[in-house]
Design a protein around this ligand. Structure first.
Ligand code: ZN
Length: 270
C-alpha cells in the first residue's frame, strides 16, 4: 500500500489557551510543536498564525517567523500556510501568507457555514489565490468542507490554474458543513479524478474516525489541535500525542509513514 503522509495542524483559528493549555500560539510554540510532530512522523505542518492576543492573523512576519523556525531545525519538513480566514477578509489579507513562498498553502474552493460565521470564498477570491500560488509555485491543498467545493476545484484545473496531481483535503464533521461519515467520503471520492491525492481531517470527535478511514482507504491523514483538542473523552490532547497515535494505527494496518521527501514525490512537489 502507498505510504501515509501525516499532516499536523497544531493551532488553527479557534482554540486558545483558555480552552486548552496545550495549544501553541506564539511562533516559538507553534514551530516547536511542529518540530516535535516532525520527529514523531509528520511530514507536513499546516500553519496558522496568532497575534499577541491569540487572535488569528495573516501577519506575514509571524508566518515568516514560524516558517523559518521550522525550516531551521527541520529543513525537509513541508510547510503549508493557511489562506483561510474570517468572512469578509479579502485577497490582500488572505493572500499575505503566500509572500513567505511556502511549498504548500490551503485553498478552499467554495463557501459554507461555520458554526458561528459564513466561511466566504467567492469565485474571484479563489481564482486570485490560485493565480498567486501558481505564480509562486506553491502547491494548493484543496480544502474541501462540503461537496459543492469539488466542482470549482476541478474547474481550476480545467482553467490551468492548478496542476496534477490534485491534492484534496476533506475536512469532515464541522457543524454547518459536511458530515464525517464513510458514505460522504465515498461520495467525495467518486467526484475526484482517479489520479488525485486525498487527505482527510476530522473535526472534534470525528478525528479518530477519519484517521481510520484515511489509513484504511489509502488516503492521507491530518490531525492536530486545529481540528480536535481531545485525545479521548475528557482528556485534552497534545499535538504530538495525536500524531503518535496515527503512526501506531498505521503500523498496525501495515502502512508505512512517508518521510517529507517521499511526501514531496507523492504530492508532485519540486
Ligand atoms: Zn487551517
Amino acid at each position: 500500500m502507498n505510504k501515509l503522509i501525516i499532516t499536523v495542524a497544531p493551532v488553527g483559528s479557534v482554540p486558545n489557551k483558555k480552552i486548552t493549555p496545550h495549544v501553541p500560539v506564539t511562533p516559538e510554540e507553534i514551530s516547536s510543536d511542529a518540530l516535535e510532530c516532525y520527529k514523531a512522523g509528520a511530514a507536513v505542518a499546516h500553519v496558522h498564525a496568532r497575534d499577541e492576543n491569540q487572535k488569528s492573523t495573516h501577519d506575514v512576519e509571524l508566518f515568516q517567523e514560524i516558517h523559518d523556525r521550522i525550516k531551521e531545525k527541520a529543513p525537509d519538513m513541508i510547510v503549508q500556510i493557511s489562506t483561510g480566514g474570517r468572512a469578509g477578509l479579502d485577497f490582500d489579507s488572505r493572500g499575505k501568507g503566500l509572500f513567505v513562498n511556502p511549498e504548500m498553502a490551503s485553498l478552499s474552493t467554495g463557501s459554507c457555514n461555520f458554526p458561528k460565521m459564513v466561511y466566504s470564498n467567492p469565485p474571484d477570491l479563489v481564482n486570485k489565490l490560485a493565480e498567486e500560488m501558481k505564480k509562486r509555485n506553491i502547491k494548493p491543498e484543496l480544502e474541501i468542507f462540503d461537496t459543492s467545493m469539488i466542482l470549482p476545484a476541478l474547474e481550476l484545473y480545467k482553467n490551468d490554474l492548478i496542476k496534477k496531481p490534485l491534492y484534496f483535503n476533506f475536512v469532515m464533521g464541522l457543524k454547518g458543513a459536511q458530515l464525517a461519515t464513510a458514505s460522504q467520503l465515498t461520495h467525495l471520492l467518486s467526484m475526484i479524478p482517479d489520479d488525485a491525492i486525498w487527505n482527510i481531517s476530522g473535526v472534534g470527535r470525528a478525528q479518530l474516525l477519519t484517521t481510520y478511514l484515511g489509513i484504511a482507504l489509502g488516503g492521507h491523514v491530518r490531525v492536530g489541535l486545529e481540528d480536535n483538542i481531545y485525545y479521548k473523552k475528557g482528556q485534552l490532547a497534545k499535538n504530538v500525542e495525536l500524531v503518535e497515535r496515527v503512526v501506531r494505527l498505521a503500523k498496525e494496518f501495515g502502512r508505512e509513514i512517508a518521510t517529507p521527501d517521499e511526501a514531496r514525490e507523492i504530492l508532485g512537489l519540486k
